[in-house]
Design a protein around this ligand. Structure first.
Ligand code: M6R
Length: 628
């Protein structure tokens, strides 16, 4: 979950590395550091806390070399402190690490026996010791790493430099991502392409237990056994300025405002331009690697997708956090439109509950980053059991994307705020299309119903523009909402996962106690929580469950709960019961969730801002969770 950047080339490494770390700060912000070549040795500067602390320290520093590595940390082993900050230096070795070394205790014991002086509490420093020992024997950084890699177990991506070979950098990984950016006579090694997009659009993705030697402007990649591997180079179409705030105070706010566009971009590739029928485009179930998807024959590919959907008897959706809640919405969509039973699992539970995975199950993983360790493990488990897998990712070529048989993309553009927003609505849009496509493949859906769903989806971007007006509303309301001791979010049916998502947003951003509940469950426990200090956020669209949900709302009101309700149009009944009523445009039941979530995101954003919290980088969290 840390961010790492390495650079070898003619530019000033300090500038390149700091600009890269800025783009990676979402991966962790407990400390940051750089190690850069200067006057024949490697100078290290580190600081506890956010990157800005390191930047202030670096203003007085200059470096004359053209090689360097940098790191922004999300603490796993050892508290956040300068002592535990990366890069770790042992002898002439400087090293940065993202992940966890599982056999670190064993390694530490052996190192201590050999007289190593360990100066931090991290597992990462131990790897620096191992490499430092080996370069003394091998007199070559690459060879030293080849030996050390055999000793490491866990999930890691590592960059290392040696002051005795100042023309090179060695990178290797098992688990968390490492991407190599290729420029004119310069090379970038980064945790995420965003860190190098200002300089290049050409990237090479390192696979597990591969080792890259960056020397001069060239890169050679080797297997752990030392065999040279030819790696494909992928050219990306993401633009560096997509990763800027563009005048918004926060990335999260910008990303909330980008949601109408995100929904359009998610659905556009999958609708027939003439008939607007759903034609999922270039999913690749027949087995093309992700780099080749664009070159597939769309007609043939669509037939493969229909055949795959037709051949399945059940769906298992696996994801974490907000992506998991998107999966819960999908259960309602797929079961209703395609009549296929759907199970939804939290990835960390799925892996360890020994799931019964029958052969005719399609496993769908959802992950914005495409790097979430538990979701990645889940897709591997499904493949081991011989099941077909389909990934829905935002980041193309990410680990989960590359592992899956079939591929769909959120197409939201880079999401930088730690709280997921636009990726969620894009995923809901994609799941609407998947549900329609499955319904058609199974013969469970009439053409007319399919068209109705597509029309509903096409209306969402403009309906969302209306809902964004709640930005101003919550900017004003935030102060008075701070007084509540807790928030109970509730909904029924397809709006129940939206209650869960609303509560998650408030927890992670405002650090306030919030719970999401199925409204009908209230009387089985949570009702006891309700008094005048509890805010009840009730999602009550005008759908077939309206009357039932209103009854639940009345029950809460009778116990003194202060009601914020979200309903359809000018609903006088809801207005009468509620302290605050938020009106949504009239939409289809299947698209209501895309609209309902927007005011809940804005409410969390404004409450967190008014409490003085860092909305884009909430405490203790990181955007890409590459450890279990
Ligand atoms: O990248 P992923 O979609 O796999 O991430 C899953 C969760 O870590 C993520 O949704 C998390 O819950 C967000 N912080 C929620 O806003």
């Amino acid at each position: 979950m840390c961010g790492i950047v390495g650079y070898l080339g003619p530019l000033n490494p300090k500038d390149v590395i700091v600009s890269g770390l800025k783009k990676l700060e979402y991966r962790g912000y407990d400390s940051a550091g750089v190690a850069i070549l200067h006057q024949g040795s490697v100078k290290r500067v580190r600081a506890e806390g956010k990157l800005k602390n390191l930047e202030s320290k670096l203003t007085a520093e200059s470096f004359d070399g053209h090689l360097g590595i940098g790191h922004t940390r999300w603490a796993t082993h050892g508290v956040p402190s300068e002592r535990n900050a990366h890069p770790h230096q042992v002898g002439g070795i400087s090293l940065v690490h993202n992940g966890i070394i599982e056999n670190y205790l064993e390694i530490k014991e052996a190192l201590l026996k050999r007289g190593a002086k360990i100066t931090s509490d991290t597992d990462s420093e131990l790897v620096a010791h191992l490499v430092a020992e080996q370069v003394e024997v091998q007199r070559d950084l690459l060879k030293a790493v080849q030996v050390v890699l055999k000793e490491l177990r866990g999930a890691f991506s590592i960059l290392v430099i040696w002051d005795q070979q100042p023309d090179r950098l060695v990178a290797f990984k098992d688990g968390p991502p490492l991407v190599i950016g290729l420029g004119q006579d310069q090379v970038f090694v980064v945790s995420d392409v965003q860190a190098a997009l200002n300089y290049t659009k050409k990237f090479m993705y390192l696979e597990d237990r591969e080792i890259a030697l960056v020397k001069g402007g060239a890169v050679q990649v080797y297997s752990s056994g030392g065999v040279e591997i030819r790696k494909p180079v992928v050219e990306l179409n993401w633009n560096a300025d997509l990763v800027e705030k563009k005048g918004y105070s926060h990335f999260m706010l910008k990303e909330i405002y980008e949601q109408p566009q995100a929904v359009s971009s998610a659905i556009a590739p999958h609708l027939d331009p003439e008939t607007q029928a759903v034609r999922l485009r270039n999913v690749g179930f027949a087995g093309a690697p992700v780099q080749e998807l664009e070159n597939l024959d769309s007609k043939e590919d669509w037939q493969d997708t229909l055949a795959t959907f037709n051949g399945i008897a059940r769906v298992s959706i696996v994801a974490c956090g907000t992506s998991f809640y998107a999966g819960l919405v999908a259960k309602y969509l797929i079961e209703t439109l395609a009549q296929i039973p759907v199970e939804v699992d939290i990835a960390s539970e799925f892996r360890y509950r020994k799931p019964v995975l029958l052969k005719d199950t399609l496993v769908i993983t959802v992950s914005q980053s495409g790097e979430t360790a538990d979701t990645l493990a889940a897709i591997r488990l499904a493949k081991e059991k011989g099941l077909k897998t389909l990934s829905i990712c935002n980041v193309r070529n990410s680990s989960i994307d590359r592992e899956a048989h079939g591929h769909l993309y959120m197409n939201s553009g880079p999401e930088v705020g730690v709280a997921s927003t636009k990726a969620f609505v894009s995923t809901l849009a994609i799941f609407n299309l998947v549900a329609v496509a499955m319904g058609e493949a199974k013969g469970a859906l009439s053409k007319q119903t399919a068209t109705e769903h597509v029309q509903a989806l096409l209306a969402v971007p403009s309906q969302m523009e209306v809902v964004l007006a709640y930005d101003k509303y919550f900017a004003d309301a935030a102060d008075s909402l701070k007084k509540f001791k807790g928030f109970l979010y509730m909904g029924r049916g397809v709006s129940y996962p939206i209650a869960l998502e609303g509560a998650l947003k408030l927890k992670e951003l405002a650090y306030l106690h919030a719970e999401g509940y199925a409204a009908g469950e209230m009387k089985h426990g949570p009702l006891a929580l309700i008094d005048e200090n509890m805010a009840i956020v009730m999602v009550v669209p005008s759908d077939e469950l309206f009357e039932k949900t209103v009854s639940n709302l009345e029950e809460a009101k009778a116990r003194g709960g202060k009601i914020i309700s979200i309903g359809t149009g000018d609903n006088t009944r809801l207005k009468g019961i509620s302290e605050r009523y938020l009106s949504m445009p009239k939409a289809h039941w299947s698209t209501n969730p895309l609209l309902e979530v927007v005011p809940l995101q804005l409410m969390a954003f404004h409450l967190a801002s008014s409490l003085g919290h860092d909305v884009d980088q909430p405490r203790n969290l990181a955007k890409s969770v590459t450890v279990e």
